[in-house]
Design a protein around this ligand. Structure first.
Ligand code: SAM
Ligand code: SF4
Length: 385
């Protein structure tokens, strides 16, 4: 596997996202497309995934070189070793590769030595573990299927097997304190994780969390409290040598997520599995978010595509800028000018003057200063026409 960590331009390359919509239990805050299902349901889904891979092969194999694979969910690590290997084999025989990264999301309670060996056999080199917190009371409150010891052991094992390890940390949770955040950073960094994603809690409509807050059984934190906890995490991670290369993502020794970088750089990606999104040659769509419609299309031998959008040049530019400003690397002016046959600095002269204090501007790049990343939305609107 080619694993040089340069942030180079990808031409005619593709990232593959595979959605696995199953979990051991549902966490109270989560509205991702996923459910608790039995083995027969998972087996059937994996068979259909293989059908979609076969259709995708005919469409894309000759046009693209796949350089990243990302199994996300839900909880991909919940699948049997047999199913995981079948999907990985099917992908490997259906595309041309120059693989930089193969990531898989995992819940700590689904990681053991057999699973890790299977990941290795699949070619996985990076595991993204949903930890959220190392406080057992908080984990219980969230309905997580694991405790802190299980998370610590999962991280240790994954590191021992030689995987690059990323962990998710949630901030702004009910009852969460500054000490909880300090504890998270301390434990995660002592365990030598390579990457940390820090998410501010979002209270999603229709979730158990929303219900408990409405019933007064849990208390939501104010925006200021959430930002304070988030900032604590950011500052501590910086002190520990983690670079914030995207608003919510921190990497040690440049161990960034190449697959996720594709999204922010607006490079092509193909989503397989229910609810997965794709962007190919400026055409955007997503797969149906229910099994029935997904299976129906595949039974007819069709690519299950919904809400197909072809963006016009202005929309593409806006999206490109919005995504690039999430990144520390920001907007590469030469790349922008070439891509859009334009002159970025004169096109956005007014916005660059108005937001000068929040921006790093030089001949090559424009990016938002680290300390203003969280308020990026109010800066980005000035770049929208
Ligand atoms: C697909 S899950 C990760 C893997 C696995 N399902 C797990 O939870 O252990 C993706 C991540 O999104 C984050 N997340 C999910 N719902 C969220 C919400 N409502 N607000 C903030 N972060 C959320 C969590 O940090 C979670 O780990
Ligand atoms: S956070 Fe992860 S484990 Fe929990 S319900 Fe969502 S996808 Fe499943």
């Amino acid at each position: 596997m080619q694993k040089e960590k340069t942030l180079s331009e990808n031409k005619n390359t593709l990232g593959l996202y595979i959605h696995i919509p199953f979990c051991k239990s549902r966490c109270i805050y989560c509205d991702f497309v996923s459910s608790v299902s039995d083995n027969a349901c998972m087996d059937k889904y994996c068979d259909y995934l293989k059908k979609q891979i076969a259709i995708a092969k005919d469409k894309y194999k000759d046009k693209y070189i796949v350089d990243t694979i990302y199994f996300g969910g839900g909880t991909p690590s919940i699948l049997s070793c047999d199913n995981l290997l079948k999907i990985a084999d099917s992908i490997k025989s259906s595309f041309v590769f120059d693989l930089k990264e193969f990531s898989i999301e995992a819940n700590p309670c689904t990681i053991d030595k057999t699973k890790l060996s299977t990941f290795r056999q699949m070619g996985v080199n990076r595991i993204s573990i949903g930890v959220q917190s190392f406080n057992d009371d908080i984990l219980r409150m969230l309905g997580r299927a694991h405790d802190s010891i299980t998370a610590i052991n999962a991280i240790k094992m994954a590191k021992e097997y030689g995987f690059e390890v990323s962990v998710d940390c949630m901030t702004g949770l009910p009852n969460q304190t500054k000490e909880d955040i300090e504890d998270f950073v301390e434990k995660a960094t002592n365990l030598n994780v390579d990457h940390i994603s820090v998410y501010m809690l979002s209270i999603e409509e229709g979730t158990k969390l929303e219900e408990l807050i409405n019933q007064g059984k849990l208390t939501a934190k104010s925006d200021d409290e959430i930002i304070e906890l988030y900032d604590t995490a950011c500052e501590l991670l910086k002190e520990k040598g983690f670079e914030r290369y995207e608003i919510s993502n921190f990497a040690k020794n440049s161990k960034v997520s190449f697959h996720n970088l594709r999204y922010w750089r607006r490079e092509d990606y193909l989503g397989l599995g229910i609810s997965a999104h794709s962007l190919i040659m400026n055409e955007r769509w997503h797969n149906p978010d229910n099994f029935e419609d997904y299976y129906k299309a595949l039974d007819k031998g069709l690519m299950p595509m919904e809400d197909i959008e072809n963006l016009d040049e202005e929309e593409i530019k806006e999206e490109y800028i919005m995504l690039a400003l999430r990144l520390k690397e920001g907007i590469d002016i030469e790349k922008y000018n070439k891509k859009f046959n334009s002159d970025f600095k004169s096109e956005y002269r007014l916005a660059l003057i108005k937001d000068a204090k929040y921006l790093n501007i030089n001949d090559k790049k424009v990016s938002i200063k680290d300390e203003y990343l969280e308020t990026m939305n109010s800066i980005i609107v000035d770049f929208l026409k």
